[in-house]
Write a protein that binds this ligand. Structure first.
Ligand code: SF4
Length: 241
């Protein structure tokens, strides 16, 4: 384990070594390279839950946290408890600087309606930045086929937004792969997935999707916004959060 960040050469070598390997192999590599300075943020999506299942066997002490914006669905919060019961892993809540009532009072109402980027910045990005101080790497559950931006990601990459190495063990998995794993291992998942919500974030910004729609079509529907900013690299997108 090193106190120094991985160099560009080390990241390229890791990508080469891990190409085509299953997620468990990538996670074992990440634990060897970075634990205990390895962390993971989860919104308890199906992909993240697969990774939690794998980490429970590989290294259950990896610190996993959830950005508790105060706007999450009750079903999502209940899922955290089910994961704790199943795996003994207590996902830590990382909260914004203010409660939802304080935040809405400060801005004269809910900001997600008029300035969702600012709301995501205050309630997700800034708390995340604080939560990862002292860590060297974080695990993400993104898949290449989810958005154009995610399609540009690598298995291991430098994340300039958070000054961390980012490891994406499920990058090459499809949605079908994720659900096959969930079924095979009886991994806990959010019951809202059975009610037309393939991708679940905060309740004000998540709508069910119709037959044939993109799986993230219900996120920030009608706003043009596709990401909260956690997985957007600034120099690639040209936009901030
Ligand atoms: S997803 Fe919506 S409610 Fe949640 S932080 Fe972003 S704008 Fe706010």
């Amino acid at each position: 384990m090193s106190d120094q960040h991985f160099t560009t050469e080390q990241i390229a070598a890791a990508c080469h070594e891990l190409e085509g390997q299953p997620p468990e192999v990538i996670l074992r590599w990440a634990v060897r390279a970075f634990y205990p300075k390895l962390t993971m943020a989860t919104a308890f999506g199906p992909e993240g839950n697969c990774i939690i299942h794998m980490l429970a066997e590989i290294e259950p002490r990896v610190r996993i946290f959830n950005l508790e914006t105060g706007y999450q669905f009750a079903e999502t919060l209940e899922l955290r408890e089910r994961i704790k019961t199943r795996y003994g892993i207590e996902v830590e809540y990382v909260r914004a600087a203010t409660t939802v009532p304080e935040y809405e009072a400060e801005h004269g109402g809910p900001l997600y309606v008029i300035r969702p980027d600012q709301c995501c910045l205050d309630r997700k990005i800034l708390p995340l930045r604080k939560a990862v101080v002292g860590y060297e790497a974080w695990i993400s559950a993104i898949r290449k086929d989810q958005t154009g931006e995610r399609g540009k990601a690598s298995l291991v990459q430098w994340d300039p937004k958070f000054d961390l190495v980012k490891i994406n063990p499920l990058l090459d998995w499809t949605k079908k792969d994720v659900w096959a794993f969930i079924t095979k291992h009886d991994v806990p998942y959010n019951p809202l997935h059975n009610e037309g919500y393939p991708s679940i974030g905060c309740w004000p910004c998540t709508a069910p999707v119709g037959e044939g729609e993109d799986e993230r079509a219900g996120r920030w529907r009608g706003t043009g916004k596709k990401e909260c900013g956690l997985h957007v690299v600034e120099h690639q997108s040209g936009s901030g959060i």
